[in-house]
Design a protein around this ligand. Structure first.
Ligand SMILES: Nc1nc2c(c(=O)[nH]1)N[C@H]1C(S)=C(S)[C@@H](COP(=O)(O)OP(=O)(O)OC[C@H]3O[C@@H](n4cnc5c(=O)[nH]c(N)nc54)[C@H](O)[C@@H]3O)O[C@H]1N2
Ligand SMILES: Nc1nc2c(c(=O)[nH]1)N[C@H]1C(S)=C(S)[C@@H](COP(=O)(O)OP(=O)(O)OC[C@H]3O[C@@H](n4cnc5c(=O)[nH]c(N)nc54)[C@H](O)[C@@H]3O)O[C@H]1N2
Ligand code: SF4
Ligand SMILES: [Mo]
Length: 793
């Protein structure tokens, strides 16, 4: 695309305004880039889990533009800066274009696909024979298409009979999944984005939506502007750009907000703001082992009166009272949360306590009322959660330990009964802890295939895990050299989303289709082709009979194979055929039981949820029920109000490490920066990570703007330029996870302690000390790893 300089400046200015406010836009960039486009191909944004619909503009053999799909029910034509500039990363000269095998001198040598795949297959076979079926692990991603994730999952669980299957959603969504399953018996929200505009009170908690789901945030902003009476409450340790539209901010020390949620429940019960009928009909109150009465629950909550909680959390008591009142009395309250709740050693409990507020006040199952977890990655819901690609799950989101479901999946897969191991594999952190050299008896996992993720930068407490990646036989599928390819033995060059196509399922149960727009560069290949080739070489061609070069044809076969498994379940996708998804401009929200079903806006509600209708017709659940939590394990149709004790983070500040350290994201960058740092406009606007520090803390530690500050935890250290801001609470430091420079990679500092319920690590809370090491230094070099032969350290 050739842009005139004037247009270009206009665009970069708009882009940085977007960056500053976190607000999204699309029309300007769109109109500028329409010139020369020969065809527009329908797809989905490759980045966040909000799931914006796009059109990919192709000229000749190249993508030259991306614009928002005005018919998409998620974004209505809007995109954020990442969405519309995504195509630029596709043409960066660092793209991997042929397979690479590491030689004995440590350097990589170009190989043919046959050589590389034969080597991987023979190594995997060798490890399987010598060290057992669980010695080879798969580590995937919420950014793979559903077809890819499903294929890897099937190859491992049915082919290798191993449940050593994990993925980065363990670092991300596992606590939300744990919350939904323990409270309602099934994963994913009951409602949808359409509830934003119907809501009268939005409780945004542990989510920096304006930067992380900016187009969704735009909808909320508009709703608030058009309806000033709508209340917006934000609960988190930083006064983020999301908090800038809030009526009320509930500041909390990281990890302490469980007490705030209890306190809100305390106020709700004390003031009799509960929906008595709803609580009686649709809930049971439990501490996990025994049932409790509402009175007993109220008694338990007395310790969480707002004044007591202010002492624990630093959240003003009157803010808690106000929040409880607005939430309980608005008539339609919706919670929206993300990593501020999930990435915690008590992430599942934090999720349960939010659900409690909704259940006490009947704020679920009606328009504008829903406990809604925003998912992070574009296909964490569709691929990993729904297609069951974690060590304890099967497609259909049911556990491997469930005998009936295992038998069902074995039947669908046409494998003998007993093929699938009933014992879960290791969750992510344990998997990496167990990864190592062949001759190390303490490391049972000897080999790993990593697809569409960059664990050598994104895992917490990196110092503990890098050696295992280095020692094991590591195969990495990526589009660029990364921190993880630096440990690889074989690197396979993958195709970008618009070079392969496939299905992504976003936060609101919506599956959307991306058509292949162009061919991948050089010899790069779709991950789906790679997994099918590997299956063939390992004697499992029958399990993945979609070993063909046309990825759209292969994808359709994989998709059909998958959706059959979901037939007649509460999240059936049987009616979402490839053809329907391909033709639809909006995608389809499950349950979609049949080819003529339009998809489902709300679950568990009579007249809306087709699965409920089905169960009522069959007489399985009472025909008079209007709301029914039909996935309830006790088959009473009830949701659990969980009485969870208060517990702080695994590591709290003390005399030696006096600060909270928390990490997250900025609007322009995506995770480890491999793609977004290769988009010049983005690399310029956020070239490096920095440390947010409150003015009081800066003054006390003699830190000036831009000074280099060393941040040290019990596990490791980073040195970052200081950005002094009252956007964070005193005592709380914040940085991002986007920088590839070792000295600025925050995951050397982060804690790898995990939630016992979800095995998700506590990225959001570590205790650190700080030290000013120098005045401002020029770090704005936009560092990226360019040479495949470069070394990690
Ligand atoms: N621009 C951009 N967007 C993204 C991504 C990206 O890399 N870049 N990644 C996507 C992915 S995979 C994910 S998971 C999401 C993440 O989306 P978010 O969760 O919204 O983003 P984070 O910045 O990780 O964290 C959110 C907030 O949690 C707060 N927080 C920290 N500790 C606590 C606590 O104890 N309690 C509460 N209540 N809040 C706390 C932090 O201050 C932070 O502002 O974003 C998705 N969208
Ligand atoms: N400190 C800290 N760390 C965190 C978090 C945090 O909040 N704080 N958040 C955690 C969370 S929620 C998440 S989701 C993870 C994300 O962490 P990762 O998944 O490790 O990060 P990404 O940068 O998204 O990695 C995706 C990789 O896939 C490559 N890629 C892109 N497209 C394709 C493709 O089509 N095929 C293949 N094979 N490769 C492709 C990209 O180049 C990139 O290297 O990070 C976790 N780590
Ligand atoms: S909001 Fe998310 S899905 Fe939409 S354009 Fe931005 S990154 Fe893509
Ligand atoms: Mo995530």
């Amino acid at each position: 695309m050739s842009l005139k300089r004037r247009d270009f400046l206009k665009m970069s200015m708009a882009a940085s305004a977007v960056a500053a406010s976190g607000v999204s836009f699309s029309s300007l960039a769109q109109t500028m880039q329409d010139d020369g486009v020969e065809k527009w191909v329908k797809g989905v944004c490759r980045f966040c889990g909000y799931g914006c619909g796009v059109y990919v503009g192709v000229k000749g053999e190249k993508v030259v533009s991306i614009k928002g799909n005005p018919d998409a029910q998620t974004n209505f034509g809007f995109l954020c800066v990442k969405g519309f500039l995504a195509y630029k990363s596709m043409y960066h000269p660092d793209r991997l274009t042929h397979p690479l095998i590491r030689q004995s001198d440590g350097n990589f040598k170009r190989a043919s696909w046959n050589e590389a795949l034969d080597l991987i297959a023979s190594k995997f076979k060798y490890f399987h024979e010598k060290h057992g079926k669980d010695s080879v692990a798969y580590y995937g991603s919420g950014q793979c298409t559903t077809e890819e994730t499903y294929s890897f999952n099937k190859l491992w669980k049915a082919g290798f009979r191993s449940n050593m299957v994990e993925g980065n959603p363990r670092l991300c969504m596992a606590s939300a999944v744990g919350g939904y399953i323990s409270t309602y018996g099934a994963d994913e929200p009951a409602g949808a984005y359409a509830d934003f505009e119907k809501s009268k009170c939005l409780f945004i908690v542990g989510s920096n939506m304006s930067e992380c789901h900016p187009v969704g945030f735009r909808r909320i902003m508009r709703h608030k502007r058009n309806n000033p009476d709508v209340k917006i409450i934000v609960c988190e340790p930083r006064k983020t750009s999301t908090a800038s539209i809030a009526d009320l901010w509930l500041p909390v020390d990281p990890g302490t907000d469980l007490a705030v949620f209890h306190s809100m429940a305390h106020e709700i019960i004390k003031n009799n703001w509960i929906d008595q009928g709803f609580v009686e009909r649709h809930t049971r109150i439990t501490d996990g082992s025994k049932a409790l009465t509402l009175e007993e629950y109220g008694k338990f909550l007395e310790q969480f009166n707002p004044e007591a909680v202010e002492k624990i959390t630093r959240c003003p008591a009157e803010n808690i009272r106000q929040a409880a009142q607005w939430f309980a009395t608005s008539g339609a309250s919706m919670s929206v949360w993300c990593m501020g709740l999930n990435q915690r050693t008590r992430g599942v409990w934090a999720n349960n306590l939010i659900h409690n507020l909704h259940l006490l006040t009947g704020n679920i199952g009606k328009p504008g009322a829903d406990p809604f977890s925003m998912t992070g990655q574009p296909n964490a819901c569709g691929g990993v959660r729904e297609a069951g690609a974690l060590s304890h799950l099967l497609p259909g989101t049911k556990p491997v330990a469930n005998d009936a479901w295992r038998a069902h999946v074995e039947k669908m897969w046409k494998v003998p009964p007993g093929t699938i191991d009933p014992k879960p594999g290791f969750p992510t952190m344990k998997m990496f802890e167990s990864l190592g050299a062949e001759n190390d008896p303490n490391k049972p996992i000897k080999a790993m295939l990593v697809c569409t993720t960059n664990p050598a930068q994104s895992l917490p407490n990196l110092n503990k895990y890098l050696k295992g990646m280095d020692d094991a036989f590591l195969v990495v599928l990526d589009i660029f050299p990364t921190r993880t390819t630096q440990f690889a033995d074989v690197i396979l060059p993958a195709a970008f989303l618009y070079e392969k196509g496939g299905v992504y399922g976003c936060s609101e149960r919506r599956s959307q289709f991306t058509e292949k727009a162009v061919n991948p560069p050089g010899e790069a290949r779709a991950d789906l082709w790679i997994v099918a080739q590997l299956a063939k070489r390992m004697g499992h061609e029958k399990l993945l009979p979609w070993n063909e070069a046309d990825t759209m044809k292969a994808g359709e076969k994989a998709w059909n194979d998958y959706v059959q498994i979901t037939k007649d379940t509460g999240h059936t996708l049987l009616g979402a055929t490839y053809q329907r998804l391909r033709e639809s401009k909006t995608g389809l929200q499950w349950p979609v039981p049949s080819i003529d079903h339009p998809g489902t806006y709300k679950r568990y509600v009579k007249g809306m949820d087709p699965h409920m209708e089905r169960l009522q017709k069959a007489g399985t659940i009472p025909s008079e029920a209007t709301v029914y939590f039909y996935e309830d394990a006790r088959k009473e149709g009830k949701a659990n109000i969980f009485v969870r004790p208060y517990q702080e983070a695994a590591e709290m500040p003390d005399r030696e490490y006096p600060f909270f350290f928390t990490t997250g994201r900025t609007v322009e960058q995506w995770h480890t920066g491999t793609m977004t740092m290769r988009i010049p406009e983005i690399a310029r606007s956020h070239p490096n990570d920095y440390l947010e520090i409150h003015p009081d803390d800066a003054r006390r530690n003699r830190i000036a703007m831009g000074d280099m500050v060393k941040v040290v935890s019990r596990r490791g250290e980073v040195t970052l330029p200081a950005r002094i801001t009252d956007g964070t609470m005193p005592g709380v430091l914040f940085t991002h996870m986007h920088d590839q420079a070792i000295s600025r990679m925050c995951n050397f500092v982060c804690n790898d302690a995990v939630d016992p319920g979800s095995a998700e690590p506590e990225y959001k809370i570590a205790a650190v000390k700080i030290q000013r090491v120098s005045g401002p230094q020029d770090v704005a070099d936009g560092y990226i790893i360019r040479d495949v032969n470069s070394r990690f350290m």
